[in-house]
Design a protein around this ligand. Structure first.
Ligand code: PMP
Length: 425
């Protein structure tokens, strides 16, 4: 038994399932998760002395690779002044100004501590602003673990096969309506069913929690039109896509303007951060400016702000990063598709820029139902093959691969060799 196995044995006795977030468990794979010691660039190292090329990237924030020197140094420097004050600081103002000056659809922003909090708070603000209660989400989209949003959710909820969570009272989800991703008619039908009652439509502009599912041409534009037609706010959950697809996230990438946006870990460069923002008149509803209560002792934490602002400034000043990520995505995922073709493997690859997934499904994956048709046993075999060959993937068919600027062409080639190895064995 290795150290990871030892640690897991200890962990399951004291931490539910042995992990502090379900997506870390190797439940679908049937082994102990790797316990990680450190990470640098595109590499991650476990406590057993193994080195892997990492495609989890802390689930997104490590756009510039792990342990990026400027980010690390900003954190160390900020620590010299103390870890938390629970009071207003200059860097929070700088962060808010920086985001609002460079993201056209964000006129005001509020920092929180996670993506879950960001979405939960954005929904509350949307309800407060519109005076309406219902929301529409999409099956397979994950928006964190707040009660109202654990309905047909993706990510870990999908992997464990639990459609909805125990412990969520019916009352909490009675105003959550679920539409089909990439299907505007399903949204229109719900809006018709509850005229003048829908506060917001929330969507992952690129589905990234049922594996990667790109929006079909016209889907996001269609949502914008429907929301305008029915007096409903459009919220883009950019916890995964924000500052990754483009500096302005999916909204910029696809040229569709949401009313509100939610961000997560990327804003903290890996520190525990989230944020929500949007039109000023909506954000002015939030306490203490307005009647929608939302608060947080550690919100805008100075260490997290230092890390996040350093990464955001770097990304803004080096926008060539986005062309680079697009090219790397094309190389990795495009070549994976070629390998499938060459080897006569009837599976699917979906990708948008640096985000991608291979689905062990035989039909095009365009929504939750087609994603769920994947052969998860085959995925587990693939995952194990890749892990044994030094490639660290998310241990689930329904998560994305995350490329960073630290993944060199040589590293991508090495990864492709291992992918080829699986499909030719
Ligand atoms: N929204 C999306 C789109 C996500 O992918 C996630 C988690 N990856 C969340 C919300 C929740 O974020 P957190 O885990 O930081 O609460």
């Amino acid at each position: 038994m290795g150290r990871s196995e030892d640690l897991f044995e200890r962990a399951v006795k004291r931490i539910p399932g042995g992990v502090n977030s379900p997506v870390r468990a190797y439940g679908a794979i049937g082994m102990a998760p790797r316990f990680i010691e450190r990470a640098d660039g595109c590499y991650i190292y476990d406590v057993d002395g193994n080195k892997y090329i990492d495609y989890i990237d802390s689930w997104g924030p490590m756009i510039l690779g792990h342990n990026f020197p400027a980010v690390r140094e900003s954190v160390l420097k900020a620590c010299e002044n103390g870890l938390s004050f629970g009071c207003a600081t200059e860097i929070e103002v700088e962060m808010a100004e920086f985001i609002c000056e460079h993201i056209p659809h964000v006129e005001m922003v509020r920092m929180v501590n996670s993506g879950t909090e960001a979405v939960m708070s954005a929904i509350r603000a949307a309800r407060g602003f519109t005076g309406k209660d219902k929301i529409i989400k999409f099956a397979g989209c994950y928006h964190g673990h707040s009660d109202a949003l654990l309905v047909s959710a993706g990510s870990g909820v999908m992997t464990s096969g639990v459609p909805d969570s125990a412990g969520v009272p019916k009352g909490c989800t009675q105003d959550t309506m679920t539409a089909v991703y990439n299907d505007l008619d399903s949204v229109r039908a719900l809006l018709e069913e509850a005229p003048d009652q829908v506060a917001a439509v929330i969507v992952e502009a690129v589905g990234a929690n049922m594996g990667v599912v790109p929006p079909k041409k016209g889907f996001l534009e269609g949502l914008r039109t429907l929301c305008d037609q029915y007096g409903t706010l459009l919220i883009f959950d950019e916890v995964i896509t924000g500052f990754r697809l483009a500096f302005g996230g999916a909204a910029e990438y696809f040229g569709v303007k949401p009313d509100m946006v939610t961000y997560g870990k990327i804003i903290g460069a890996g520190m525990p951060v989230g944020a929500y923002g949007g039109r000023k008149e909506i954000m002015q509803m939030v306490s203490p400016a307005g009647p929608v209560y939302q608060a947080g002792t550690l919100s805008g934490n100075p260490i997290a702000m230092a890390a996040g602002l350093t990464q955001l400034k770097y990304l803004y000043e080096h926008q060539e990063v986005y062309k680079d990520l697009e090219a790397k995505g094309q190389k990795l995922y495009g070549s994976m598709e070629e390998i499938l073709k060459e080897t006569g493997s009837p599976y699917q690859v979906n990708h948008v820029s640096s985000l991608g997934s291979i689905f062990f499904a035989t039909e095009e994956v365009r929504d939750y139902t087609s994603a769920k048709a994947s052969d998860t046993k085959k995925f587990a075999e693939y995952f194990l093959h890749m892990l044994k060959n030094g490639i660290h993937l998310a241990p689930s068919q329904f998560e994305a691969m995350f490329l960073s600027t630290a993944h060199s062409d040589a590293v991508i080639e090495e990864t492709l060799d291992k992918v080829r190895g699986f499909f030719t064995k």
